[in-house]
Each structure stands twice: as C-alpha cells, then as structure tokens.
Design a protein around this ligand. Sequence first.
Ligand code: NDP
Length: 226
Amino acid sequence: MDKTALIIGASRGLGLGLARQLSTTGWQVIATARDPQRATELAAIPGVRVEALDITDAAQVDALPARLAGVTLDLLYINAGIAGPQDKAASAATIDEVGQLFMINAVAPIRLAEAMRPLLNPRTGVIAFVSSIMGSVETGPGMGMSLYGASKAALNHLTRSFVAELGDTTLTVLSLHPGWVKTDMGGAEAPLDVETSTQGLAEQVIGAAGQGGHRFIDYQGEPLPW
Ligand code: NDP
C-alpha cells in the first residue's frame, strides 16, 4: 500500500523538493503552504494534495487533524523555517524579530507535532523536524547566524522534551540537517542542490521507519553532535 507523508512548508525550497521526491517514488503526499494560490510549483506535482497552513496560526494547526480525518501518516515532515534577522548580531535583534524566529523555528513545530501525533502510524510512523548543524551547541557557534542557530538549538531541546513525553512508543523521531543547500535561504553559493539533499533526506526518513528512538543526523545519515 502507498505510504502517506504530510510535509509542512512545501511552497518552495527543500519542502517542495521533498514533495517532488516522495511523490515520484509512489508516496501519497499532502503538503502545506501558507498561501496555496501562490504555491504553483507544488500544485503542479501530480497527485499532491495541498492544504493551507501558517505554522504560527494556532487555530489552523489545531484544526488540521480534523481536516485530515481518516488519513494515517507514515511521515510527518516539519520543514517550515526562516533565517530571521541574519544580518544582525543577536544582541541587535528586536523583540518582534526574536519572537517570530523562535516561534516559527522552535515552538510552532512542536505544537504541530503534538496536534498531529494521533494521525501517525503507531508502529512505524516517523516524525522529522528540520533542524540545522548550526543548532548544534557543540559545533554551531562560530558558523555565523548565531540567532538562527539558537532557534534551531531551541528546536532540538524542545524536540528532546517532546520525545521524553512520548514515553513508550515505537514512533521514530529525527532531527535533520539537510546540508547547505541552494534555496532562497541557503543562497546561490551553497554547494548542494535541492535534489541531492532531498534524495538523501528521503532515504533517511524511509530507512528510519520502525527503528524507534530519536537521532540528530544529516541528509546522508551521519550522526551530529547535539
Ligand atoms: P526556504 O526559505 O527556501 O523555504 C522556507 C519554507 O518555509 C517556505 O516554504 C516557506 O513558506 C515556509 N515557511 C516559512 N514560514 C512559515 C510559516 N510561518 N508557516 C508555514 N510555512 C512557513 O528555505 P529552505 O528550503 O532552505 O529551508 C527549509 C528548512 O531547512 C528550514 O527549516 C531551514 O531552516 C532548514 N535548513 C536549510 C538549510 C539550507 O542550506 N537551505 C540548511 C539547514 C537547515 P512561504 O513560501 O509561504 O514563505
């Protein structure tokens, strides 16, 4: 039977690339975009079901399980993220900039995972959070974009709390680093293209099904330090 993925934040970049990747390999893909009217590349992928979702809109997040009633998810892939005020030192950022960055990158993904958890296949379901090597407390500092890195470190911390609260489960949770990829966020000088990264990411999420536990790995499956 076809597997089903829900990809959060798939209008462009890596989320769009993963939607393409999984749908061409036979997955049923449900993908969200903040503004589906503008997500024309996503809508053009044959068979993809597009749902409107701003991950910071709590009412939309809480309503999503009912909108997907009857669906069993093999994969919940939470990709939405922003770079934040990357041209600024952390100490120069405003309350609004910091609030938006940490809400989108760290807090909203957890709220979404909590809301969607009942729809996951209880034995082999995978929840993947898109983190970053910059969120590693051990290796991130010095790489630049420290506020962004801190938001991903916060995501990693909250994900570990989420996993601790899952208790006894065979669900698998992944915190993923996609590599440095040519997207609007990654920029043109990034060494990886979207297809290479999403091929690797797809292999990691497919291979993780049924393994249980929580790992922080990159798109090639290399373990990363927290
Ligand atoms: P892009 O900027 O190309 O795409 C970001 C995606 O997130 C868009 O689909 C965007 O939707 C969506 N998004 C942003 N805010 C929200 C929101 N409030 N609600 C719902 N969706 C939202 O980034 P990438 O594709 O490069 O990045 C994808 C993920 O990978 C991010 O989490 C990023 O932090 C992470 N990452 C990327 C790296 C890279 O080198 N590119 C490296 C390491 C991690 P919209 O079109 O509506 O704005």
